[in-house]
Design a protein. Structure first.
Length: 436
């Protein structure tokens, strides 16, 4: 085992109730051994004694950020074992590469995960894989799936499909009480109102000639869900992937309840700025205009929206070549979320690092009804992020098998997870002496 590694004056993001500060941190392999305060003048730090090992290797870390691993509240994996676009193992590697220690998978699979025996997927520690059970049988929104059995088998909650279930079925499932305190995730989207469009009906989309999706396809089901949530205050409803300015404003009037997520790509791209040939036009919910993107960001700032989801939906190289209107929607990219959002919101905006961790880590914990992640001695649930490390779009570095990552037509970027407790020290990119 190599000598302990001492990060001198690293920027800390310890938890939701702790603001940013600098401290010295000692790492023993993949384990966070000790967080040291700023040393008192004239008082030596007895690191060798604390570590019980050889003298630590020191590196200057004032430009690095150390925080808990990120949390993805919902993503998709269709075929965990034989998938051409993504497998359970490749998704684990992709999550680790992007700094995600926890990923919750939706039941959208082949076959649909709606039975207790289908909830048997797992990752090796310290990665944590959570599984949403299904609200309806086969995701068809006709009959309820066995809620109590799925939750007893370890499901983190129950989720619907890409559209709102019939309100009568949703209300019946909630009133039965089998869901208990577990979250129920539903999409405020009515497929019958989308008019088969896949770009939100805004001036920019109309000018570009895109098939447009009216705002009402989100607004009307959202109003129904908010009414249902008011009628059933004990139900633990969660809203999946809010995408419009009108939706954010309607939820804001309810003071951000129930909790709602937003897809990461909707915070970066819109129909007024995305290149027509770029990856990322075919999304569910539909990609909005500039005003939608700005409203979603504002909703995260004031707490109207609770969590940013990766909503990873991988396509293989063959399907990616199909015309947009013939291929399935979705985007992949666990390895891109943190650096691209840092570049847009922190380096290029007014956000603090703490605000970004709030929506990528602590907010998703609350969304999943988990205790908030914290930096703690002895834990391996940590990542070290370098905002200035060369990132680029190098598929050879990202272990995901997905072909629909937004890399082919995007410019290079900076920022990368250079070390984490999720991976072995031999795989780290943190600049240490050759002898380490």
């Amino acid at each position: 085992m190599p000598a302990p590694l001492l990060l001198r004056q690293v920027n800390l993001l310890e938890g939701p109730d702790s603001r940013e500060r600098r401290a010295d941190v000692l790492l023993e392999g993949s384990r966070l051994a000790t967080i040291l305060g700023n040393p008192v003048a004239g008082e030596p730090c007895r690191l060798e004694v604390m570590a019980g090992l050889a003298s630590p290797v020191e590196i200057e870390a004032s430009n690095l950020w150390l925080g808990p691993a990120l949390v993805d509240p919902h993503s998709v994996l269709e075929d965990p074992r034989l998938g051409r676009a993504e497998t359970l193992a490749s998704l684990a590697d992709a999550a680790r590469f992007g700094g995600y220690g926890t990923v919750a998978l939706l039941p959208w699979a082949r076959p649909w995960r709606d039975r207790p025996e289908s909830l048997d997927l797992a990752w090796p520690e310290p990665l944590r894989l959570l599984l949403w059970g299904s609200f309806s049988q086969g995701g068809e929104d006709r009959e309820l799936a066995p809620h109590a059995d799925q939750l007893a088998a370890g499901a983190c909650g129950l989720a619907g499909s890409t559209t709102l279930p019939p309100l009568a079925l949703l209300e019946r499932g909630l009133r039965l009480g089998e869901t208990g305190p577990h979250p129920v995730l539903v999409a405020p989207r009515d497929l019958s109102l989308t008019q088969q469009g896949y770009v939100r009906e805004r001036v920019e989309a109309l000018r570009g000639g895109w098939p447009v999706d009216p705002v009402l396809s989100e607004l009307l089901p959202l109003q129904s869900l908010l009414t249902l949530a008011e009628a059933l205050p004990d139900a633990c409803l969660r809203l999946m992937n809010l995408s419009t300015a009108e939706g954010v404003e309607l939820l804001r009037q309810r003071r951000g309840q129930p909790q709602a997520s937003v897809g990461w790509w909707h915070l970066l791209a819109d129909s007024g700025s995305l290149d027509p040939s770029a990856e990322g036009w075919r999304m569910v919910p539909s990609l909005g205009g500039p005003a939608d993107r700005e409203a979603l960001i504002a909703g995260l700032v004031d707490g109207t929206l609770s969590a940013v989801a990766v909503q990873h939906e991988a396509l293989d190289a063959e399907e990616r070549l199909l015309p947009l209107d013939q291929r399935r929607p979705g985007l992949a990219g666990h390895g891109l979320v943190l650096p691209l959002l840092w570049d847009a919101l922190v380096a290029g905006g007014t956000w603090s690092a703490w605000q970004l961790w709030q929506v990528l880590c602590w907010g998703p914990c609350g969304f999943l009804d988990l205790p908030p992640s914290r930096l703690e001695a002895g834990s391996s649930d940590w990542i070290l992020f370098d905002p200035k490390a060369p990132g680029g779009f190098a598929p050879i570095l990202d272990p995901s098998l997905a072909a629909n990552r937004p890399e082919a037509t995007q410019g290079s970027f900076r920022g990368r997870v250079v070390a984490s407790g999720l991976s072995e020290p031999k795989d780290w990119l943190v600049p240490v002496p050759p002898s380490w």
